[in-house]
Design a protein around this ligand. Sequence first.
Ligand code: NAD
Length: 507
Amino acid sequence: MSQDFKNNIDKAATYLARFKQNTLGHYINGEWTLGSEGETFDNGSPVNGESLGKVVKASVVDVDAACKAAAKAQKEWAAMSGAKRKTILHKLADKIEARAEEIALVESSDCGQPLRFMRQAAVRGAANFRFFADKAPEARNGLALQQEEHTNFTVKSPIGPVGVITPWNTPFMLSTWKIAPALASGCTVVHKPAEFSPLSAAILAECADEAGLPPGVWNMINGFGEVAGKELTQHPDIKAIAFVGETVTGSMIQKQAADTLKRAHFELGGKNPVIVFDDADFDRALDAVVFMIYSLNGQRCTSSSRLLIQTGIKDRFLAALKARVENLKVGHPLDPATEVGPLVHTTHYEKVLSYVDAAIEDGATVAVGGKRITDLGNGNYLTPTLFTNADNTMRIAREEIFGPVLTAIEFETEEDAVTIANDTNYGLAAYIWTSNTGRSMRMAHSVESGMVWVNSENNRNLPSPFGGVKMSGIGRDGGDWSFDFYMETKNVCIAFDTHRVPVLGRE
Ligand code: NAD
């Protein structure tokens, strides 16, 4: 064990001790509470299955208390000047940065993502707050729209209390990606983190508290989707739901939220293609293909889980890819050398492994991996997996596996590539590798996805829109798109008193 690894284990143990010793509750109206019923669930470690502590399951009464607190705080938070909100949110970012190491170690231990990636969690989370904080003073600004005898102008106002429901794959970053623009817009928030990885959300709520957010502006409830999540989506005080998770859950939420006619924003699943043409920069494409499916344990919505590889370079590319996948370092998430860690939960682990059987049944080849790793202890470890000889009809090409598992599919022509890429219910991201500029332009337009990267892995740009089409989502995050979701637009029309007002009923 390297000294760095040992230090990480020791530090993580110190940070995790309080969660092991004390039941984690909810943060409602500026106070920590164990809730109305106090029923708990066990938060298991992906590394060895041991308990990381008990967490309270929110009851309907707890959710109601959180939503009412958010509703009560809404007026004052919305009335606060954007400049003041900006100051508070920057302070919150300071608090996150001050606890960056703790956040990384806790998050890595809780969800199994290797520390080498999770080190960025707090940095990116803080950057989200700073970016949206800076936009807060101008968030209400609208447009001036002139007519001959009237002037129209638009003003924007916060929609009201927002429910934020997040998944377990990169919980800290994703939560800040939603909560930061909501707060900057002037909305109060009730956050429900995923039950598989609740710890970093508690640290985030503590940072909010330390930053001096007024009570009720930020509320956090723990618990399961079927009770806590469902109640949040149905609560009449909640005006919008920002959801990140599986497509099937998004569909349930749309139904649950229908009676109260909520605005909903969905960032859902994907089966994203990376399309590598014969004329691609071989080495850069290979690096990106490996990175975009095996980083973050493949538990990443924008992972490129389908490799579409052109016939001319197929054999050479797959041979090089195979060697790289075989060489990936699987290990403890806190080991700085680890490239692939354990999967978040036994349920998810079994789901991912089931696709090895599906691949064989459907006639694909398991070129690399597909096995449980047992010599790393009792954790959810599997060998990074590569399926070859696959076609797009197979389950491994159609269903989101959400693990370090790549399905390679051969194509011959540009038209074939487009057909295969689009033959999916999903449409989140696509990656195109070619040195032909015209082709990259044609492909970028023809591929059905919310985001396309040309000759690049997923590169993040906060002002750019992020989101999916088809079953991958509704709505966009990022830049002003986030404000559009969390705010209402009002049109004000003022006459010059020169136009003829229609006259009825005059003698
Ligand atoms: P999930 O849908 O199972 O759970 C997400 C959240 O929804 C959890 O907090 C859960 O408790 C809650 N939930 C479950 N049922 C609910 C219900 N009926 N009502 C309200 N809330 C409910 O997703 P997951 O397994 O935690 O996360 C993995 C999924 O998230 C993958 O499909 C992945 O692609 C997707 N994801 C998408 C993006 C994106 O930006 N498009 C980003 C990250 C993850």
